[in-house]
Design a protein around this ligand. Structure first.
Ligand SMILES: Nc1ncnc2c1ncn2[C@@H]1O[C@H](COP(=O)(O)OP(=O)(O)OP(=O)(O)O)[C@@H](O)[C@H]1O
Ligand SMILES: [Mg+2]
Length: 237
């Protein structure tokens, strides 16, 4: 279980994460939010890449707030694909074994589940975006994380590819049964993938009963100012 309690983060005077609390059990929790609302910042804090100003993070009841990323047992798929260009797909996935994490047999199973048997000897740049996403997920899962954090890993893909990939990813993640925290601004992605939903609006996280309701709250939060800019806004008042 992942538990986030009262997390806050500012960059200078800009409050980006505002007292965020969230519990994710063995489920896929999708957080919907507009560009710049703080999604990546929240995930980076949970992954241990950024320090928060306040709050606590617990993974399986262990307080990991002060631990470095490698001691948190967290799998993190960042917003920008980060496969090693000079390594083959196989070497990318087996990379975690160097640090004593993961098991060869599990890797074989992941390769099969994510249907990447035929690209194992290729370099990442020879792969389509969809296959790079499959490999990124396989590589992250290979280290046997206790929690998965996924930052819009499919945002660069065509809708038709996403529609095929997301149910497959969902099947793999559900089989592993670990908490997944997945952030996106895309309603269709949320609908296809999530078990439970939240929305983030300017650093404030709220639960919603469905992806549509989370999206509705975001839509309501968009003011005339956001849509028309300051000049139009002044004209209207
Ligand atoms: N290192 C940083 N220093 C200063 N400001 C930052 C830093 N990182 C993020 N921010 C600011 O914090 C806010 C939230 O950024 P964040 O990347 O978390 O948003 P996001 O929801 O992931 O957006 P997107 O959907 O575009 O990826 C933005 O205004 C951003 O400019
Ligand atoms: Mg982001």
């Amino acid at each position: 279980m992942l538990k986030i309690a009262n997390l806050s983060k500012s960059f200078g005077t800009h409050k980006v994460i505002k007292n965020v609390s969230l519990t994710v059990g063995s489920e896929i929790r999708v957080v919907l939010g507009l560009n710049g609302c703080g999604k990546s910042t929240m995930l980076k804090i949970v992954a241990g890449i950024l320090a928060s100003d306040n709050g606590k993070i617990l993974i399986d009841k262990r307080d990991v707030t002060a631990l470095p990323p490698e001691d948190r047992h967290v799998g993190y798929v960042p917003q920008q694909a980060s496969l090693f260009k000079h390594l083959s797909v196989r070497e990318n996935i087996r990379y975690c074994l160097r640090n004593g994490r993961g098991a060869e047999a599990d890797i074989d199973q992941l390769v099969e589940m994510l249907k990447i048997e035929n690209v194992l000897d290729k370099k990442p740049e020879a792969l389509s975006g969809g296959f790079q996403s499959r490999v990124s997920l396989a590589r992250t899962l290979a280290s046997q994380p206790h929690v998965m954090l996924m930052d819009e890993p499919l945002s660069d893909l065509d809708l038709a590819i996403k529609e095929k990939l997301i149910p497959e990813f969902r099947k793999v993640l559900k089989k592993l049964g670990i908490p997944v925290l997945y952030v996106t601004h895309d309603l269709s992605e949320a609908q296809l993938l999530g078990d439970r939903f939240s929305c983030m609006i300017e650093g404030v996280l709220s639960d919603a009963d469905s992806a549509e309701k989370a999206f509705g709250l975001i839509r309501e939060s968009i003011s005339d100012y956001d849509l028309h800019g300051p000049a139009q806004h002044q004209l209207r008042n």
